[in-house]
Design a protein around this ligand. Structure first.
Ligand SMILES: Cc1ncc(COP(=O)(O)O)c(C=O)c1O
Length: 397
């Protein structure tokens, strides 16, 4: 039977990490996968996480199954992180939060729930978007369509085209937006633009699905949630998929959540029951460890403030490297718009003019690994590799 299969292509990003591993060059640079790295190029375990794990090891008495949607307390803490400690009145009764295996797990469970709606919606994604969005929603049986988003020439949001594009989906369709730190462009709407997006979604009766994988990596935990919170105030229904892979550094613990706002408490019960069915037939119930860590940290004032400080350190390091990158490019007289790169937020930057051929030559000639689309992970830049990175970019441009 298996001989009838055709060879599937390697994953664009994990495949790049494998190729990086095989490269014997001691000066190789990996700016592919979206993971935070410190000045020494390591992806550390946060101190708050280690402290929480110590407590968990000492206190854990059983590994019995968790509820299908995870622990209620975890759900409350995630809800407050997303919607704030003082959310709009009544939001608590309208909101169902389920613990999921990472942000990917959250998106997939949402996809399966959407595919069961009596009128199966189309999912509209920004151009470009995280490559896995298409794979996840088509695997769940949904049709995808593209919305304009990025103006490659200006290296900026094409807001007029996005607003216009929002006139195309049919009422009831789903619009997938990045809560902050858009992957791969680093280009986000301003608060005023979020307000206009919320109004357009409401007027056109569209359902926003916010992928919130980088809360705290842009301008801060609260600042990064402004867009999501505006949508929550303006719209009767909203879906948010959170990932704690990046902001808690829990990549391999597969920790995330889906929060769904329904128009009232009765509709929220319908949502909860259907979410449970989608989860039960998928992975049955969530893996506990990562969520235990997040709950332990967020429920303890001291651990939570330590975590916020570590998150700020990660954010500041990425910003510092963005500035250093732009300054080094300028010193080499590279023909790139530094101001546009500095306006971007989060881990990523999409380098104009770099496509698959240039990315390939960066690998072959310079052992610099970036995604074929020209996306670089700014968090992989260090003071000791920035010169070589910029030489490679200038070389291929
Ligand atoms: C935009 C976006 N959404 C979701 C995810 C998934 O995160 P997780 O590793 O928690 O599944 C990522 C990870 O890179 C991402 O960039």
């Amino acid at each position: 039977m298996f001989r009838t299969l055709t060879l599937a292509p390697p994953d664009a990003i994990f495949g790049l990490t494998e190729a990086f591993g095989r490269d014997p060059n001691p000066d190789k640079i990996n700016l592919g996968a979206g993971v935070f790295k410190d000045e020494a190029g390591r992806t550390p375990v946060l101190a708050a996480v280690t402290a929480a794990e110590r407590r968990l090891v000492d206190g854990e008495r059983s590994k019995v199954y968790r509820p299908i949607v995870g622990e209620a307390r975890y759900g409350e803490l995630v809800r407050d992180l997303v919607f704030g400690d003082e959310p709009p009145p009544g939001l608590g009764d309208r909101c169902v939060t389920a613990h999921s295996p990472g942000g990917t797990g959250a998106l997939r469970v949402v996809g399966e729930c959407l595919a069961k709606l009596p009128r199966r919606p189309t999912v509209w994604v920004t151009t470009p978007t995280w490559a896995n969005h298409r794979a996840i929603f088509s695997a769940a049986g949904l049709r995808l369509e593209a919305l304009p988003y990025f103006d490659a020439t200006a290296n900026a949001l094409d807001f007029g085209a996005l607003l216009d594009g929002l006139n195309r989906p049919a009422p009831g369709d789903v619009v997938l937006l990045h809560g902050c730190c858009h992957n791969p462009t680093g280009v986000d709407p301003s608060p005023t633009q979020w307000q206009q997006i919320a109004e357009r979604l409401s007027a056109r009766e569209l359902l926003p699905l916010v992928d919130f994988a980088y809360q705290g990596f842009g301008d801060g935990l609260q600042e990064d949630a402004q867009g999501v919170r505006m949508l929550a105030e303006r719209l009767p229904e909203l879906i948010v998929c959170s990932s704690f892979s990046k902001n808690f550094g829990l990549y391999n613990e597969r920790t995330g959540a889906v929060s769904i706002l329904a128009e009232n408490a009765d509709a929220a019960e319908l949502v909860r029951s259907n979410l449970k069915v989608a989860i039960r037939s998928n992975y049955s119930n969530p893996p506990a460890h990562g969520a235990n860590i997040v709950r332990t940290i967020l429920d303890d004032a001291e651990l939570a403030s330590g975590w916020r400080a570590e998150l700020a350190m990660m954010r500041d390091r990425i910003r510092g490297m963005r500035t250093l990158f732009v300054e080094t490019l300028a010193a080499k007289r590279a023909s790139l718009d530094g101001a546009a790169i500095l306006r971007q937020r989060g881990m990523f930057s999409l380098i104009p003019g770099v496509g698959p051929a240039a990315a390939q030559s960066m690998r072959d000639k310079y052992s610099v690994y970036i995604v074929d689309s020209g996306r670089i992970n700014v968090a992989g830049i260090t003071p000791s590799n920035v010169e070589r990175l910029c030489d490679a970019l200038v070389g291929v441009l």
